[in-house]
Ligand binder design. Structure first.
Ligand SMILES: Cc1cc2nc3c(=O)[nH]c(=O)nc-3n(C[C@H](O)[C@H](O)[C@H](O)COP(=O)(O)O)c2cc1C
Length: 186
């Protein structure tokens, strides 16, 4: 059965390595998973005053996430935490109170950095929010990806065989995680 995965990338720059990694993961995924890359760059900063009168960008973003079966986060690390643009998207999706579009959606967090720690800090700060958002988050395999020079081929594939096999394991595990958690009531 087709499943829709909302892909939320924590970087909005054109040449983002995280966006490239998200695309590489989508390309490796089982074909019944359909990936919907969500643009978080146009979202106004969350402001509780706007809850009664949300912007068009907020409304369409919330609808796009809501219709997905699952969410894949792929994020860089800014100052050992989640980039503000991603935190903002999470906050926008979580309100108005009681109407969070994230609720119960199975998820996985992949993080990537040119730094050796693979954005571990951002990955785990994001997981702190996933608890209150009530999103079952895949534990294994952990995905802190160090993206050095030559990580991607010219056509966007993961160059190294071992790393590509690991990426395959991540996305296959996520596919299984989605199926299990879609059938579980929390
Ligand atoms: C404001 C800022 C803070 C950053 N802080 C970190 C950090 O804490 N840890 C890290 O590994 N890389 C850090 N970086 C480097 C990013 O990992 C690097 O710019 C990366 O390419 C961003 O991901 P992207 O290519 O998907 O945009 C930082 C970059 C910026 C612009």
């Amino acid at each position: 059965m087709p499943r829709t995965v909302a892909v939320v990338v924590g970087s909005i720059r054109k040449d983002s390595i995280n966006r490239k990694l998200a695309q590489a993961l989508a390309d490796l995924a089982p074909k019944y998973l359909q990936f919907d890359f969500i643009d978080i760059s146009k979202l106004q900063l969350y402001n509780q005053d706007l809850d009664a009168n949300p912007t068009a960008e907020w409304v369409s973003f919330r609808a796009q996430v809501k219709k997905a079966d699952a969410v894949l986060f792929v994020t860089p690390e800014y100052n050992r935490s989640v980039p503000g643009v991603l935190k903002n998207a999470i906050d926008v999706g979580s309100r108005p109170y009681g109407q969070s579009v994230w609720d119960k959606k199975p998820t996985a967090v992949v993080s990537a950095s040119p730094g050796a720690a693979g954005a571990f800090g951002a990955n785990h700060h994001l997981r702190q929010s996933l608890m209150v958002l009530n999103m079952p988050a895949m534990q294994q395999p952990e995905a802190y990806i160090h993206v050095g020079d030559g990580f991607f081929t010219a056509d966007g594939k993961i160059a190294n065989d071992g790393t590509r096999a690991y990426a395959q394991k991540i996305i296959d595990s996520f596919a299984a995680w989605v199926e299990v958690n879609l059938h579980t009531h929390h």
